[in-house]
Design a protein around this ligand. Structure first.
Ligand code: PEP
Ligand code: MN
Length: 338
């Protein structure tokens, strides 16, 4: 249910509504918008029937939320959510770019990449310290040492650090270093992990599982929102299909589809979405043309020597070209890159 407060409702009116919802053993999520304040009520809606909520002072209307994802739904918050983490701004007309290597490998590698992507206009630095790899024999990341190197790169450049957390028990550690916690595709439906990041106040980039529907993605986001963390970004990173010319199939219709249904910003990952460096720039540009609120792109000073995902990673000159093109596309669709 969504309780819409009257424009002139007082703080006391709102507190009374929230208290009544809690009395009914339901969970209130107060969303203060520019035009109206609403209380999204989640829980067993049968408990609301006959509760008299609509008669409380300051209440304009009580309506059902039709979507199964309640707090993520545009029905509850018509204005777009803008996620800010240091210089990184994603949503509401700002197209933020997060760039960096798949994995943090060394001080030289991460600092050189950070400086170069910043100079090209990125505001976020990506880099995996905990890597979820298909094979247990592949490089698993530098773990805490990798996080320390990311923090050094942030100190040098000011970029916001975006890095993956793969397990609930690591959330506290990764949150000490990260400006944005990345939940990887393999973990989109790891509900305990989603609950754990939902309890932090660190921004979250939630990647779509390769076999998950967009509705499942929104319901995964709902776990984080329901925990109290509203700083959530969704990420389309490609899905598994019968196609084999690309590593995954990158469905860009997801972007406007999601934006019509949720206020959360939508980021696209053209690196994992294609798996081929020579396809990344076109798909980055297409993502922005489709209305994406941000990009996350793999960049390495020497992709051939990258410890992971080298084949889909741009080198620095290619990233600079990508940014120049994306800046022009963003302007053409009335958005601002960076
Ligand atoms: C990554 O960003 O390097 C990564 C592992 O992505 P995904 O979870 O989308 O596969
Ligand atoms: Mn990768």
């Amino acid at each position: 249910m969504i309780i819409v407060m009257q424009a002139g409702a007082s703080r006391e009116d709102l507190d009374r509504v929230v208290a009544r919802v809690e009395e009914l053993k339901l969970k209130p999520h107060t969303i203060v918008g520019t035009e109206r304040t609403v209380v999204a009520v989640v829980g067993d809606e049968r408990d609301i029937v006959g509760s008299g909520l609509e008669t409380l002072p300051g209440v304009a209307a009580v309506m059902p939320i039709l979507a199964p994802y309640k707090v993520a739904s545009r029905e509850v918050q018509p204005e777009p959510t803008i996620v800010k983490a240091g210089p990184l701004v994603i949503g509401g007309g700002h197209v933020g770019v997060i760039a960096g290597p798949c994995s943090v490998e060394s001080r030289e590698q991460i600092i050189a990449t950070a400086k170069a992507v910043k100079a090209a206009g990125a505001t976020g630095l990506r880099g995996g310290a905990f890597k979820p790899r298909t094979s247990p024999y592949s490089f698993q990341g530098l773990k805490e040492q990798g996080l320390e190197l990311l923090a050094e790169a942030r100190a040098e450049t000011g970029l916001a650090v975006v890095t993956e957390v793969v397990a609930s028990e690591d959330v506290a550690l990764v949150a000490k270093y990260a400006d944005v916690l990345q939940i990887g595709a393999r973990n989109m439906q790891n509900y305990r992990l989603l609950e754990a990041v939902g309890k932090t106040d660190v921004a979250v980039l939630l990647k779509r599982g390769p076999s998950a529907t967009v509705e499942e993605l929104l319901l995964a986001a709902e776990y984080i929102l329901d925990g109290g963390n509203r700083r959530v970004m969704l990420c389309e990173r490609g899905i598994r299909t019968f196609e084999s010319h690309t590593r995954f199939t990158l469905p860009l219709a997801t972007v406007p589809w999601l934006q019509a249904r949720t206020h959360l910003p939508v980021v696209v990952d053209p690196s994992h979405g294609t798996g081929h460096a020579n396809l990344v720039t076109s798909m980055a540009a297409a993502s922005i043309a489709a209305g994406a609120d941000g990009l996350i792109v793999e960049v390495h000073p020497d992709p051939k020597r990258a410890a992971s995902d080298g084949g889909q990673t741009l080198d620095i000159p290619a990233f600079e070209k990508m940014m120049a093109l994306c800046r022009r596309i963003a302007e053409a669709v009335d958005r601002k890159l960076g």
